[in-house]
Design a protein around this ligand. Sequence first.
Ligand SMILES: [Zn+2]
Ligand SMILES: [Zn+2]
Length: 327
Amino acid sequence: MRAMVLSKVGEPLTLQSLPDPLPGNDEVLLRVEACGVCRTDLHVVDGELPNIVTPLIPGHECVGIVEVLGPGVSGLKPGQRVGVPWLGGTCHHCEYCRGGRENLCDTPEFTGYTRPGGYASHIVARADYCVPLHHDADPVAIAPLLCAGLIGWRCLAKTGQAKRIGLYGFGAAAHIVTQIACRQQRDVYAFTRAGDITAQTFARSLGAVWAGSSDEMPPVPLDAAILFAPIGDLVPLALRAVKKGGRVVCGGIHMSDIPSFPYRWLWEEREVVSVANLTRADAHDFFAAKECKDIRTATRIYPLEQANQALGDLRAGRLSGAAVLKP
Ligand SMILES: [Zn+2]
Ligand SMILES: [Zn+2]
């Protein structure tokens, strides 16, 4: 198979020819059709996540066709289209797995981090953690849903019944969440890098009622805010934008340090919470929800061997929507 491989943290990925992997017990081999590029991939290649073991194939927004079933697989069949998301496996017996919070499993496996990912022509995945997809789904359009969509969905759920929601960082996740939130009759306030008129125009085109720079105050106090940008300075800014009892949800896996701020910005029962990973139930609920049907993802397609270009464009904020690799 062909794969874009991280050989050393901080260095560009290299295209390599590797032996075709074989699925083990309860695993499947997929032919990759498309793999989205997520900000978490940047945190992996930059070494901002702990315990990165190289060589490593990134990528956890993977859409593929099942080619080979490993021993013991019963729920999938060859020729079926599935998604391989970030949550690649859990232990089933820790207190979190038993308590319905497998996203917090003590010994999890993550696709494109602790398991080989989807920046490749083929991938082996644990069958129980694959997400069945419609056979007529467009692999490129659906790939960003597998992380940006699912994590965005989990973040949105954490805002409860909030009507006015601020989204900080208007990338792949925010452009999906905006569409869902609008269908739920919520008002979206989009916060972008200062002066990023392109992103602000994009946000309004998807239904945001207001768009501005992240250092601006919204025109009205917000009920909740979701931070997708990995910038700790945004936490106190978002706290100041939400009203009494409001909640700030941090959606990223990594963030720069949060600066100190006066307690009164948190007081009046404002909350800061984080979202970590996702559960298989999140994926099930997302793909079953009527407000998530026919989400339009804005994608830019790159050939697999241009993964470094795609990561660079994401890092520099040159994307409207999501980058997707095609092997
Ligand atoms: Zn567990
Ligand atoms: Zn991701």
